[in-house]
Design a protein around this ligand. Structure first.
Ligand code: TXA
Ligand code: MG
Length: 531
């Protein structure tokens, strides 16, 4: 299929769009929120085509767009009088209202539901196309399912070229995130999706409303989504996204410590500090972030980055909508860098006595975090496993358990694959480490200690206040390893030589602890002093 490109300033183009719609075709149209993929809402066959073109799960209902209030009574069982109050204030605009549906609305629009979602957009092209086609238009966002919603005609073409009859280019969308969705079919009304109309604005008309748990959190297994669209992974670029909470200072340190180049998706004016920066709006300005968000997520795809770390918006006003989209694009991975205790990164040469040092610090009220253990836990996370399986082949997973040896065999043969493996696993290890640090804070520990053999090779230094290397003379380490592991001098030497040299541990660390004598307390004093 050849996808026509139409423009509102071309004479007759909106009429062409309307004709295609009247004949049961699909046209992507601009709205003030995002581009919508429209079909005649009263034509079940046309509506079915939307699901095919987008690859949309067939239980995810569509919003019906109207241009005037008169079009609504035939679509619903009964018009809830509160609709008029909402319409007076926020329509036309970025608000969708759900009510009990009438039989006029085909089941395909709201699969398995007895309700229908209705919105009156304010974009002049959208309104004119609805008026010219003479029917209400069912329209989800005009992206391929799972991808960021389109805020320009080019985004639509990127996702759906050749799969739809036409796209009307009406320029960039002003709001930039999808409409607020509220249902009047519950008592009190429930916010199902935050958007350009805020909770405060809804409550000014409706009184207190409920907020669906899916707005801010991942649904638990088996929990039913009030809005089916909220249960899917969504808005996601191909790179793995993680949301980073906390100050810019902490964010900057975090990004600069990453071993694999990552996209820094940050606020306006912050990008100059990073190699791969994408700015998405002004800090503390939800509306400007909403406007830039999806474009930024699409730019992540155009970069070569395997990972992206996004500055967290304020979670109120329109910022709530931005956060809601972001955590979905991140499959709910959030790292909170607001940490109130010092974090020590500890590493050392084999046989130097890293364990002794960490045990002594633990006795002194320092919370111990074992990074090797976290690296094992990270690959037990089902979301990580499915990302690994997607890339390395489904046969590396049996009954939900990862074959780590086979994964290693496939990954270590090729630097690109190795990079991909790290991009999937490292952010999860960091996330787990930061979770542990927050546990340490809650437990009243005076500091947390990340114990990692490969500390300087990992990204974990990004959350360390300072790093410590434990070293000892070669002869002493040899003795210790032979005694500890009952191995020969030759084998002990092989192990020692497999590691980096002393210079590496000394030059990378902020504090060097030399553990040659039995009395190490004085050396530990150096660490305590730093705390
Ligand atoms: O701003 C917007 O709302 C854009 C433009 C094109 O109007 N449209 C849009 O549609 O975002 P879509 O399909 O991407 O998102 C519709 C959301 C989904 O989360 C869906 O589950 C929910 O609204 N929804 C639609 N009808 C519903 C219903 N009857 N009950 C519960 N949720 C419904
Ligand atoms: Mg959508």
């Amino acid at each position: 299929m050849n996808t026509l490109r139409l423009r509102s300033d071309n004479c007759g183009d909106l009429q062409t769009a309307a004709e295609i719609l009247k004949n049961g075709g699909l046209v992507a149209i601009p709205t003030e929120t995002v581009y919508g993929l429209a079909a005649n809402a009263l034509d079940a066959e046309a509506v079915k085509k939307i699901f095919v073109a987008k690859g949309r799960p067939n239980d995810n209902p569509l919003i019906v767009h109207v241009a005037s209030l008169e079009e609504i009574p035939p679509l619903v069982e009964e018009v809830d009088p509160r609709l008029y109050d909402l319409a007076e204030k926020y329509w036309p605009g970025p608000l969708t209202v759900i009510m009990k549906k009438s039989d006029t609305v085909p089941a395909e629009v709201s699969p398995r539901l007895d309700t229908v979602a209705i919105r009156m957009p304010s974009h002049p092209d959208a309104r004119e196309i609805i008026r010219l086609s003479g029917v209400p238009l069912a329209a989800p966002s005009a992206n391929a399912s799972g991808r960021p919603s389109p805020t320009s005609a080019d985004h639509v073409i990127t996702d759906l070229d050749g799969r739809i009859d036409a796209v009307v280019d009406g320029g960039a969308c002003s709001v930039g995130v999808e409409s607020t969705v509220v249902t009047l079919a519950t008592e009190p009304p429930t916010l199902l999706r935050p958007g350009g109309v805020t909770v405060e604005e809804l409550e000014a008309v409706l009184g207190p409303i409920a907020i669906s748990p899916a707005v801010l959190e991942k649904l638990k297994d088996g929990e039913k989504a009030e809005s089916p669209g909220m249960k899917y992974k969504h808005y996601a670029p191909k790179a793995r996204v993680t949301v980073i909470k906390g100050s810019f200072e902490n964010y900057k340190k975090f990004i600069l410590a990453q071993k694999i180049p990552a996209c820094a998706v940050c606020f306006d004016g912050e990008g100059m500090y990073f190699e791969n920066a994408i700015e998405y709006g002004a800090e503390n300005d939800g509306a400007s972030q909403a406007h830039g968000l999806f474009e930024a997520l699409r730019k992540v795809d155009e970069s070569d980055c395997e990972t992206a770390f996004v500055r967290c918006p304020m979670i109120d006003g329109v910022g709530l909508a931005v956060y809601n989209r972001l955590i979905r694009s991140a499959a709910f991975r959030v790292i909170d860098l607001d940490i109130s205790i010092p974090v020590i990164g500890l590493t050392g040469q084999t046989g130097a006595g890293k364990t002794t040092v960490s045990e002594l610090l633990e006795k002194d009220g320092v919370y111990h975090i074992d990074a090797d253990y976290l690296a094992r836990i990270a690959v037990e996370n089902s979301e990580v496993i499915s990302a690994l399986a997607d890339y390395f082949g489904n046969d590396i997973v049996t009954d939900g358990i990862l074959d780590r040896r086979e994964l290693a065999r496939r990954a270590f043969s090729d630097p690109i694959k190795q990079k991909k493996l790290n991009a999937i696993v490292h952010p999860e290890v960091t996330r787990l480490a930061v979770e542990e640090i927050h546990k340490a804070e809650k437990s009243g520990a005076k500091a947390a200690l990340i114990d990692a053999a490969l500390l300087f090779e990992s990204d974990l230094t990004c959350v360390c206040t300072f790093t410590v290397s434990v070293i000892a003379d070669e002869e002493i380490r040899l003795e210790r390893i032979m005694n500890r592991d009952s191995i020969s001098r030759e084998d002990a030497l092989i192990r020692m030589n497999a590691q980096k040299n002393e210079e590496y541990y000394v030059s990378n660390a902020d504090v060097v602890v030399s553990n040659n004598s039995d009395d190490i307390t004085k050396e530990i004093g150096k660490i305590i002093e730093r705390l």
